[in-house]
Design a protein around this ligand. Structure first.
Ligand code: HEC
Ligand code: HEC
Ligand code: HEC
Ligand code: HEC
Length: 474
């Protein structure tokens, strides 16, 4: 998707203010209309008349406005390169505002609608048609083209109302997007709700329920070196429904086989470990996901040495945002998110990740937090979690004790307290359990499940049962 409005073709505007012919406005040159005028961008491209237009890419908006994908006005225009942005403007501030208080660049008061449609659909071309004749005879009536053509384009229940001309916010329901059930999670966007897994919705199976668990670090770290089919079958056996897929170069040729196997076994690919930037492998991954129609999280790492000056800090924030932006924009095109993954160093500090996210100001970037790379955070974990909540879409658990190590759940003396902190925080995203220990992946995953089953009753104040006997841990 072109976020910068590259105005490739200069529009040809007739005296009447109508564009020539039945033009397709290609996505790349469909400069979004800006400002208050009720005509679309003048770039509506005379030059493009000869070319067949590229379909518009609406994915950036659909992250939140998912219900517009199948709607008539959108569907009728998308193939000819007229997208949300052509009609509503680039709306970057609107899209980046998690609280949903900034209006899109272009809205339409009722009396502006017909004039706007006219600007691409000259009356002269429509008026002879039987179905239009009557209506065009008497255009003074209080009806718009949209009454017939865009019924489903209207929001049935509004949560925000802007004055479409002055752009002032007239009312909002006070809810900061979706998570109405928990004050702690207000501020999290609806896209987060969509991407964060089933626990994020009100009919949640529960934060630590099997359906909400994602297996992580079970490919290169698997002592048994399972292939795609064996891995998917193993997850099915364990009752785990989701995989976060990690890989090394030798796995690239088997990406397709992996996705096929997961599908056969009813396992959702919930996350894909991604390169640091939009490089060759990243493009391969995006292509594979696109071909399989899979929307997933992309987990992206970073490192860097902490800077000593404020200017150095600012520079690092910008450099990391610049590194990640192209990947995030490409991911958005196919409905995927990018989640910043803590892996020690400067990038492994949630405050720095949040600064990068704010700098990026894209709706599809968040955080996946890993306890096994967070031993240095133990003393301030509750505060960190609160800070991360608006961005946090996955949280990978580990058996935690001071001094580090990758332990199965229940083997760390801090596990119960940490689980309680997580549960009480209002966090409702995905929960990961991991191997990362070069053990047999099945043994370690089942040890984690055992550990979790032992801890959970204790969270609710029940007495601890007999300690689990682990297969992958002394
Ligand atoms: C982060 C979520 C988010 C993203 C991304 C987003 N929107 Fe919105 N949009 C909202 C919310 C929330 C509302 C208010 C809906 C309501 O009233 O319930 C809204 C309302 C609108 C409206 C209605 C304005 C009016 O007339 O009152 C338009 C038009 C709109 N969005 C266009 C877009 C376009 C175009 C894009 C992509 C460039 C986009 N939105 C991306 C959240 C988002
Ligand atoms: C930026 C230019 C542009 C604007 C603005 C525009 N259209 Fe279109 N529209 C097109 C193009 C290009 C096509 C495809 C060629 C055609 O059928 O005219 C199209 C096709 C259509 C179609 C036929 C496709 C279908 O859905 O079956 C309808 C109906 C339509 N437009 C209605 C509207 C209405 C109503 C508005 C105002 C809300 C509008 N258009 C605004 C460019 C535009
Ligand atoms: C009373 C209902 C009604 C109104 C109002 C109306 N249309 Fe249509 N329009 C239709 C019907 C019915 C069709 C044919 C079936 C279809 O494409 O939905 C049609 C078809 C179209 C088409 C595609 C075929 C063609 O004739 O080129 C376009 C473009 C279009 N209308 C644009 C507009 C625009 C622009 C307006 C407002 C200025 C408008 N219509 C107002 C009912 C209406
Ligand atoms: C062909 C131009 C066109 C396209 C393409 C288009 N819109 Fe619209 N949109 C309009 C017009 C015109 C209105 C005003 C409708 C009205 O008041 O009847 C509108 C209204 C809206 C509203 C507010 C509805 C309300 O009840 O106030 C939202 C939200 C919206 N559009 C979102 C989107 C999104 C998201 C996309 C892309 C998936 C999109 N639109 C694509 C022309 C367009």
């Amino acid at each position: 998707m072109t976020r910068t409005a590259t105005c490739l073709a200069v529009g040809l505007l007739l005296a009447a203010g109508w564009f020539v012919g039945r033009l397709g406005v290609p996505a790349a040159s469909g400069a979004p209309p800006k400002g208050e005028s009720a005509t679309p961008a003048k770039s509506a491209t005379a030059a493009a008349r000869q070319e067949s237009p590229e379909p518009a890419d609406n994915s950036y908006c659909l992250v939140c406005h998912a219900n517009y994908e199948k709607e008539k006005l959108t569907k009728g225009h998308q193939p000819v390169g007229v997208g949300c942005e052509t009609c509503h403007g680039e709306s970057a501030k609107h899209s980046g505002d998690e609280d949903g208080l900034t209006p899109p660049d272009k809205m339409f008061a009722k009396e502006q609608v017909n004039g706007f449609c006219d600007s691409c659909h000259p009356k002269s071309k429509l008026v002879h048609k039987d179905y239009h004749k009557e209506w065009f005879k008497d255009r003074e009536r209080d009806e718009t083209c949209n009454d017939c053509h865009a019924e489903g384009h209207r929001i049935k229940v509004r949560t925000r109302v802007w004055d479409k001309k002055t752009r002032k916010l007239l009312s909002d329901d006070g809810v900061r997007m979706m998570y109405k059930d928990s004050p702690a999670t207000q501020g999290v966007g609806q896209k987060a709700a969509r991407m964060a897994g089933p626990a994020a919705t009100s009919k949640a199976p529960g934060l630590f329920a099997r359906e909400n668990l994602v297996a992580w670090c079970i490919v290169p770290f698997d002592a048994k070196k399972r292939g795609p089919e064996e891995r998917a079958a193993m997850l099915e056996r364990l009752g785990i429904k989701r995989l976060a897929y990690d890989w090394r170069d030798e796995h690239v040729p088997t990406f397709d086989a992996e996705l096929d196997a997961l599908k056969r076994h009813g396992i959702e690919l919930t996350a894909f470990w991604a390169p640091w930037s939009l490089d060759k492998n990243a493009r391969i991954i995006l292509d594979v996901l696109n071909r399989h129609h899979i929307r997933t999280q992309l987990w992206v790492m970073g490192s860097d040495v902490p800077p000593t000056t404020a200017a150095g800090q600012q520079k690092l924030i910008e450099a990391n945002a610049d590194r990640i932006r192209p990947l995030a924009l490409e991911a958005a095109k196919i409905g995927c998110t990018v989640e910043l993954y803590n892996h020690d160093g400067w990038f492994g500090e949630p405050e720095n990740q949040i600064a990068i996210i704010k700098r990026l100001n894209l709706p599809n970037v968040g955080i996946v937090y890993n306890q096994h790379h967070g031993h240095q955070h133990l003393d301030r974990f509750p505060q960190l979690l609160t800070k991360m909540l608006p961005y946090l879409h996955a949280l990978n658990l580990n058996g935690m004790r001071r001094g580090g190590g990758v332990l199965p759940l229940g083997a760390g003396d801090l596990d119960l307290q940490l689980l309680r902190t997580i549960r009480d925080s209002g966090y409702r995203g995905l929960i990961g359990i991991l191997n990362h220990a070069d053990a047999d992946a099945e043994a370690r995953l089942s040890d984690n499940l055992k550990g979790l089953d032992w801890l959970l009753p204790q969270l609710d104040g029940h007495a601890a049962g007999p300690k689990p006997v682990y297969r992958s841990w002394p």
